[in-house]
Design a binder for this molecule. Structure first.
Ligand SMILES: NC(=O)c1ccc[n+]([C@@H]2O[C@H](COP(=O)([O-])OP(=O)(O)OC[C@H]3O[C@@H](n4cnc5c(N)ncnc54)[C@H](O)[C@@H]3O)[C@@H](O)[C@H]2O)c1
Length: 351
């Protein structure tokens, strides 16, 4: 079996996880890590006995297909606002790319990355890992098999603790909760509904984090209302101001109400309550969640998402379900939510 040569660019919290999971795959040759913070790259490279770079261009020219060819595919886990330039550099250099969500902040950037990948037949996949959570796969099945009847209303909450924008990441003012946190919810809902958004309304709240971090522009939270073309109404709550006593970095809550049933899903409890006219069920999900250590390896939704990227690279599947091209609408919705919140107007989405 020939191994796929890979590298990881941006080795903070998520990039370190990409690096570890690649190191645990039998069909992968982990070759290098890249980080603008040279020490971070060197320390992690030493741990895995691989090469370290602090400059993406130099890395691509040295080890990419136009250099030694040791690396064919990369993960990009730089901050949200720094995805575009890095992904572009990698695609131009002939690499397949697995990029953390969000693909990019602006729609123009996202479209230009998709066009670049298409031109050169490169794989460009976004890490929408939450699709692989068993509880989300159950929601997908319930909706796709119409077991809730016609879906009418979805409400989705995503909360992070305030220490995430205050101390965990240093670039909170350069993204929004809708990009950093709710990418997953928007992806899941559009994927489950197989439909596009027609109108967007939203409100933003600022004040608390601007004061706490002395960072103008830092958003406390956004609440958005989306109407899909087939009529489904979605309410999205996205905030990152939970106090220190909150025991988790993040939590979620989802409600899906249909003409023939309703479900309520707790993110951290992994408990689903399902109500139909004929019966009611309480389902507890267990097993690996997003990234759970099992027998010394990381297993779960994250690993499955990364494996699906590797399979796409190995089989040259260019436009699989989480490809940038098939998930562009997520970036379009995020952009519309921010515009609706900033202008106080209803955004009518075209196309
Ligand atoms: N899939 C998920 O569930 C999930 C969860 C959390 C975060 N994320 C995403 O992962 C990405 C990284 O988040 P994080 O929490 O690991 O952030 P982080 O701040 O911990 O790490 C980012 C790293 O990128 C490096 N970097 C910054 N600019 C660079 C550049 N131009 N070139 C090379 N390196 C650069 C930084 O030095 C840092 O080490 C973000 O896009 C975030 O939204 C995804």
């Amino acid at each position: 079996m020939s191994k796929t040569g890979v590298a990881v660019i941006g080795v903070g919290i998520l990039g370190s996880r990409h690096t570890r999971v690649y190191s645990e795959q039998k069909d992968v040759d982990l070759v290098a890590v890249v980080d603008a913070d040279e020490k971070k790259a060197r320390d992690l490279a030493a741990k895995y006995g691989i090469k370290a770079f602090s400059d993406t261009k130099e890395f691509v020219q040295t080890l990419g297909p136009k250099g030694t060819g040791q690396v064919q595919a990369v993960s990009v886990a730089t901050p949200d606002h720094a995805h575009y330039e890095i992904v572009k550099e990698c695609l131009v250099g002939g690499l397949d790319v697995f990029v953390e969500k969000p693909l990019a902040i602006s729609v123009e950037e996202a479209k230009s990355l998709i066009a670049l990948a298409r031109e050169d037949a490169r794989v460009l996949i976004v890490n929408y890992s939450q699709r692989w959570l068993p509880e989300h796969q159950r929601v997908e099945e319930l909706i796709h098999r119409k077991l809730l009847g016609d879906v009418s209303i979805i409400e989705s909450h995503r909360w992070d603790a305030a220490w995430v924008p205050e101390r965990m990441i240093s670039w909170g003012a350069k993204t929004t909760p809708i990009h950093f946190m709710s990418s997953h919810d928007i992806d899941l809902i559009t994927f489950w509904l197989e439909d596009k958004v027609e109108t967007v309304q939203a409100m933003v709240r600022k004040g608390f984090l601007e004061r706490e971090t002395k960072n103008p522009g830092m958003i406390d939270g956004i609440v958005a209302l989306l109407r899909f073309r087939h009529g489904v109404v979605v309410s999205l709550h996205s905030s990152w101001i939970l106090p220190d006593s909150f025991p988790l970095a993040a939590d979620t809550y989802l409600e899906v109400l249909g003409s023939d049933g309703a479900l309520f899903l707790g993110g951290s409890t992994r408990e689903m309550k399902l109500y139909k006219n004929e019966f009611a069920e309480r389902i507890a999900f267990s097993g690996p969640a997003t990234a759970t250590e099992v027998n010394g390896r990381l297993e779960g939704a994250f690993t499955n998402s990364l494996r699906s990227f590797l399979e796409s690279v190995q089989t040259r599947q260019l436009e699989g379900p989480a490809s940038a091209a098939r998930t562009l609408h997520v970036v379009e919705i995020q952009d519309a939510i921010v515009r609706a919140a900033e202008t106080g107007t209803t955004i009518h989405m075209k196309g």
